[in-house]
Design a protein around this ligand. Structure first.
Ligand code: SF4
Length: 122
């Protein structure tokens, strides 16, 4: 994963990750859900994701955060955008989409000290 890279760098990494998962599921005939079940999460007590201003979200036409995250971290709850940082796959797609096509409300960092997801490939 590219840390601190440009949006286009991160988008390439995201696309490569999707391709890897697609190939892995085709090779093993395993579902994405069963592959995700192999992974391990060690959560931080505080969220590494933040929505800085719900007014930006209320005025966001496309709301791409609801569409790009394969873990469906973001949900719409009434007029607000809610998120479950504990399901984050650390693809950073939400941040890229929010800042490229939304109103830029997402603040995102990698979980500190090795916390977050550890990928396992079987
Ligand atoms: S994409 Fe960003 S600004 Fe738009 S609704 Fe989602 S978090 Fe809010």
């Amino acid at each position: 994963m590219v840390r601190g890279g440009r949006c286009s760098d991160n988008l390439i990494v995201y696309i490569q990750a999707i391709r890897r998962v697609t190939k892995l599921t085709a090779d093993t005939k395993a579902s994405v859900e069963s592959l995700l079940g192999l992974d391990k999460w060690d959560w931080e007590r505080t969220s590494h994701i933040e929505i800085t201003d719900q007014n930006l979200c209320a005025n966001c036409k496309l709301k791409p955060c609801l569409k790009v995250c394969p873990a469906r971290v973001y949900t719409k709850e009434g007029a607000k955008i809610a998120f479950n940082y504990e399901a984050c796959l650390e693809l950073r797609a939400c941040y890229i989409a929010c800042h490229e096509y939304g109103n830029g409300a997402i603040k995102w960092r990698y979980p500190a000290g090795g916390k977050g997801i550890s990928y396992r490939f079987g």
